[in-house]
Ligand binder design. Structure first.
Ligand code: ASP
Ligand code: MG
Length: 457
């Protein structure tokens, strides 16, 4: 069997769901289980509704819910046609009535908790999965709706609940496996689950990929397909460099480095259940299903190019600490990191010398307050509008002189900080945001003027 996960843009309206029907139809012989996100933007809108209700503004919350109701009814009636929709309508209606009742309840209390947030958010995937399952049936695909809340069992850490794998795997085998064996396509919502006592939970924003990996891992899938709206992973952002090429094959480790540095296609932490079972993950484009996309596997095949991809993370602030007296004294770095910790600000890159420490953080409003606290430990300077450039590839660790090639090709770009990760498969450095397009184009020209046809298209 395989898992096919469709993201929000792949189910954003009737036309998109129509494409999903055709894509799934072509895969029926592989015995798919389909996992869907909420329709695009719906989760954000549910968050906004919950917050409005939490401020006791039930008028705004209910107005937003009305608009969402319209959108779902429209998509469903377009997909199903008037006859089928008349019968299906009541199912959507009862969900939206339940949502409105929940919003009124939250507004009456005037407080939104993580637990009630999850209850509100759960409607996005409950609705999209219902519509997709109905659309499959209407298009002659034998399918069954599986309630994710009955299978994806989690702890009670609302809004970022942790899956209870043993429980989940048992339920997948009991509830989903038999459907597959009967030639039925199970359809379920990603992102949502429930506690052992049946209270709805969610597993973190963007969590549908994680759901797909959990299902694939639990059912020992042959592969997991992540259907999105791009042709897979690229050698760099094509908006920065039109010569960017598609990467056909990449390893989980490489994909992890890229995701961390802002390649938003897929978050590999969410692929852990697939990695552990050595299940390949394919990133594919639902608007261009003929394209082979990117295949992510535990071990990427040999590649003749020194690197696989150049990732960019913008809106970085670099913080320089100079402390002739205190630096490297016992406990100094700990006090520095405690400051960032107190402000809940993750640090990306760190580099130190005898008398200074430089770090990078995502630009954020707390920076003046952080600098103020750091001032007690050292002289502080900070500068925003920086970017991290990250070159990733398994070959980095075996290519002598690669740093020379990297920095030689951008000799006139001012480099503010350099780090070569312990994973040995990336070289990262910090430059001014304004230099990003030029640096990326020069690096791309240097490393991808010729590409290994087995790995890149
Ligand atoms: N709908 C959820 C979100 O927007 C989960 C997902 O799309 O992966 O975060
Ligand atoms: Mg998504």
């Amino acid at each position: 069997m395989i898992v096919m996960k469709f993201g929000g843009t792949s189910v954003e309206d009737a036309a998109a769901m129509e494409r999903v029907c055709e894509i799934v139809r072509c895969r029926l012989s592989s015995k798919p289980v389909v996992v869907v996100s909420a329709m695009a933007k719906v989760t954000d809108q549910l968050v906004a509704m919950g917050q409005a209700a939490g401020r006791s503004d039930s008028d705004s919350a209910l107005a937003m819910s009305r608009a969402m109701r319209e959108r779902h009814y429209n998509a469903a009636s377009e997909l199903l046609g008037t006859g089928l929709f008349t019968r299906f309508h009541a199912e959507l209606e009862s969900d939206f009535n339940a949502l409105d009742e929940l919003l009124r309840g939250i507004a009456a209390v005037g407080e939104i908790t993580p637990r009630s947030t999850d209850a509100v958010l759960s409607f996005g995937e409950r609705l999209s999965s219902k519509i997709v399952a109905a659309a499959f049936s209407a298009h002659g695909i034998n399918s069954a709706l599986v309630d994710a809340r009955a299978c994806i069992i989690t702890d009670t850490t609302h809004t970022r609940a942790l899956p209870l794998f043993d429980e989940i795997n048992a339920r997948l085998l009991a509830q989903v496996q038999p459907l597959i064996q009967q030639g039925i396509v199970p359809v379920m919502g990603g992102f949502i689950g429930a506690t052992l006592t049946g209270t709805p939970t969610t597993i973190g924003r963007g969590g549908s990929d994680f759901s797909a990996a959990i299902v694939g891992g639990g059912l020992n899938a042959e592969r997991i397909e992540i259907w999105t709206d791009v042709d897979g992973m690229m050698t760099t952002d094509p908006r920065l460099c039109p010569q960017a090429r598609r990467i056909k094959e990449i390893s989980f480790d490489e994909a992890a480095e890229l995701a961390y540095f802002g390649a938003k296609v897929l978050h590999p932490a969410t692929m852990l259940p697939a990695i552990q079972k050595n299940i390949p993950v394919h990133v594919l484009n639902s608007r261009n299903p003929k394209n082979e996309g990117t295949r992510i596997t535990a071990r990427a095949p040999h590649c003749r190019n020194a690197i696989k991809s150049i990732a960019v993370k913008k809106r970085i602030t670099i913080v320089d600490l100079v402390a002739t007296r205190m630096l490297m004294a016992h406990g100094f770095l700990r006090s520095v990191f405690e400051v960032f910790d107190r402000h809940r600000c993750p640090v990306d890159m760190v580099s130190t010398s005898e008398v200074s420490v430089s770090l990078t953080i995502d630009s954020n409003e707390a920076i003046p307050a952080i600098a103020n606290d750091l001032q007690k430990l050292a002289d502080v300077k900070y500068a925003g509008r920086k970017a991290i450039i990250c070159l990733v590839g398994e070959n980095v660790r075996e290519t002598p002189g690669i740093a020379g090639q990297v920095f030689g090709s951008i000799a006139d770009v001012n480099i503010r900080m350099i780090s070569q990760g312990a994973s040995e498969i990336n070289i990262s450095f910090v430059i001014d945001e304004d230099d990003v397009p030029r640096a990326v184009q020069l690096l791309h020209q240097k490393f991808f003027a010729e590409v290994d046809p087995a790995i890149f298209e």
